[in-house]
Design a binder for this molecule. Structure first.
Ligand SMILES: C[S@@+](CC[C@H](N)C(=O)[O-])C[C@H]1O[C@@H](n2cnc3c(N)ncnc32)[C@H](O)[C@@H]1O
Length: 301
């Protein structure tokens, strides 16, 4: 039997783009693309039919209208229809192209040949139905932070990737010089996607270990504690996870946290401080931010 997917289309003012990416992500979309249409943006989001009832989609379109009213821009046009899995794969793949991120990385869709004249580190990716193409600003902020850490600091280190999605952050960390990564995600489809992207990038399975779960699972996979923690999940989830970070940290552990809307940065920073972490830098892209943190005990890395 063919699996069906909802394709949600939103034609909107460009100022709404990031907010709507966040809305679709919250709603459960597992692939999102955006296209410039003259003065407007056409955003497409995809999720399995079983994950949303038409009533949920109607509610989503109301939230989107309210977002536009709050921001004082013209109301977007939202529509949705069902497509089969094969169409889903080809629909959004058409709009996703190789993308330069930061100073050194090039994320290249698995179905395209990477350019052979690039000096960038090429990360090949087929996210399948998992989140993490590099299009979302929070993924980009994390990738840039990982790049910066490895261009400035020493190579090596054992990394924990919480909420790995397609595996993009673990694979980037390994390509930039991490020794080993342990990745977890509560979604089994993300675990599957990370394993296939590991193979696509010729990363050895003993260098990137992937399992279904969260912080507790990481603690049992590698009880010695990690040198670095990367976590790009929504702020509400991060707030719940912060108390558990100590169980997987060492005195020198650094962290990169994103998925955080600017207005949620303060409660996250407060909770981090309470649990023995210090915020070093905050990087911002539109309404999203990324915190680079380290354990409180040490003044320097
Ligand atoms: C925003 S995506 C990030 C994917 C990828 N790391 C990236 O940066 O593009 C968040 C991922 O976290 C997973 N997730 C949500 N809650 C989680 C939790 N409590 N523990 C582990 N993973 C979780 C979701 O299934 C999703 O794949």
């Amino acid at each position: 039997m063919t699996n069906s997917w909802w394709e949600i289309k939103i034609s909107c003012d460009p100022t709404l783009e990031e907010l709507l990416f966040w809305r679709l992500d919250e709603f459960g979309c597992q692939g999102m693309v955006t296209e410039q249409k003259e003065e407007l943006r056409l955003i497409r989001g995809y999720l399995p039919q079983v994950r949303a009832h038409p009533l949920d989609l109607a509610a989503l379109s109301l939230w989107i209208e309210q977002d536009a009213v709050t921001m004082g821009v013209e109301e977007p046009k939202t529509s949705w229809h069902l497509i089969d899995e094969q169409d889903w794969a080809s629909s959004w793949k058409k709009y996703w192209h190789p993308q330069e991120i930061g100073d050194r990385l090039l994320v290249c869709p698995a179905w395209l040949s990477p350019p052979n004249d690039t000096e960038r580190v090429v990360l090949r990716l087929d996210p399948g139905v998992a989140f993490g193409t590099g299009v979302h600003p929070t993924t980009q902020l994390c990738l840039e932070s990982v790049e910066m850490r490895y261009s400035m600091g020493k190579k090596g280190g054992i990394i924990a990737d919480i909420g790995c999605g397609s595996g993009i952050l673990s694979i980037a960390a390994l390509l930039f010089g991490a020794e080993k990564a342990y990745a977890v995600d509560t979604d089994p489809l993300a675990v599957r996607a990370t394993r296939s992207n590991r193979q696509l990038n010729r990363v050895k399975s003993e260098q990137l270990l992937v399992e279904q779960g969260s912080v507790k699972r990481l603690a049992s996979m590698y009880p010695k504690g990690f040198d670095g923690i990367i976590c790009n999940i929504l702020a509400e989830v991060i707030l719940d996870l912060i108390p558990e970070f100590s169980a997987i940290a060492l005195p020198h552990t650094w962290g990169i946290l994103s998925g955080i809307l600017m207005e949620k940065a303060q409660p996250i920073a407060d909770s981090l401080e309470k649990h023995g972490w210090k915020v070093g830098t905050l990087w911002r892209r539109k309404e999203w931010c990324c915190l680079n943190i380290r354990r409180q005990e040490l003044d320097d890395d």
